[in-house]
Write a protein that binds this ligand. Structure first.
Ligand SMILES: [Zn+2]
Length: 259
């Protein structure tokens, strides 16, 4: 079940309640300085945070909100190439020195996030080495996700891709239930509604999920993992590996000399 939104204006007691794992991984001093420029917001299903070709005005650190990165073909056909939740940040072009996005950032799960003005973010990014390290690591992980998604969309059948997408969503929202329309799922998977219906029915028949009027419930997580293509595990393992390396680096830095 989804956890309630918890935001605090600071203090050590609030550290345990930081929903976004990039923010949670920062040393206290860096987090506190960043917090002064962060504003809690609610992101709403269907909201466009920025369009392809548009200047990025804010970065977002999702809590239980979910944001899709969509690439456009022929100006109107949208396909999901990346999914960002509590593990990441929306606005990665700013990390790489660009102010304009080449993809559309669309909210596909209503929820909490922390937002920061782009100019303020660039200043903080220059000042904080731990923030740079976290965001470079995350950028690499997002690039891996995007390239694996490209291969997945080309080579794997809709049913496996739907299972992968459900698992990725499940990991981020930390809830067994979420809402998603056929139309939206079609955009996520790059297929027509009828293709989504067939794939969802197949997973439902195997008792892995229940799906009614866009209300999805994960019934059998292990079964869903078995039904998904390998792409899910590939991206998750890359992410976990990077996470472990970052935590190790953080511990090494934090440990006093001779400890
Ligand atoms: Zn795949």
């Amino acid at each position: 079940m989804s956890r309630p939104a918890r935001q605090s204006k600071g203090g050590d007691a609030s550290r345990a309640s930081i929903e976004n794992s990039l923010l949670a991984a920062l040393p206290c001093k860096d987090y506190q300085r960043l917090l002064a420029g962060l504003e809690p917001v609610t992101l709403t299903f269907g909201e466009v945070l920025y369009e392809s070709g548009e200047k990025i005005r804010h970065v977002y650190f999702p809590g239980n909100a979910l944001v899709s990165l969509l690439t456009l073909a022929d100006g109107h056909l949208a396909l999901e190439v990346g999914l960002i939740g509590r593990e990441g940040m929306v606005g990665i072009p700013l990390v790489l020195g660009d102010k304009v996005s080449t993809v559309r950032a669309l909210v596909q799960g209503t929820g909490t996030a922390m937002r920061m003005d782009a100019a303020h973010f660039r200043k903080e990014f220059r000042l904080s080495l731990p923030l740079q390290r976290e965001l470079y690591r995350y950028t690499h992980s997002l690039m891996s996700q995007v390239s694996q998604t490209a291969a997945c969309n080309r080579f794997h059948v809709v049913e496996m891709r739907l299972a992968r997408w459900l698992l990725m969503t499940h990991d981020r929202v930390k809830s067994d239930e979420f809402h998603m329309t056929h139309e939206f799922l079609g955009h996520m998977l790059g297929v027509r509604r009828v293709g989504v219906t067939k794939a969802a029915q197949a997973l439902q028949k195997l008792k892995l999920i229940s799906y009614s009027r866009g209300d999805i419930t994960i019934l059998d997580r292990a079964g869903l993992e078995a039904a998904a293509c390998r792409c899910y595990a590939v991206v998750r393992n890359m992410h976990d590996g990077a996470q472990i390396a970052a935590e190790h680096a953080m511990r090494t830095m934090a440990a006093p000399a001779g400890a």
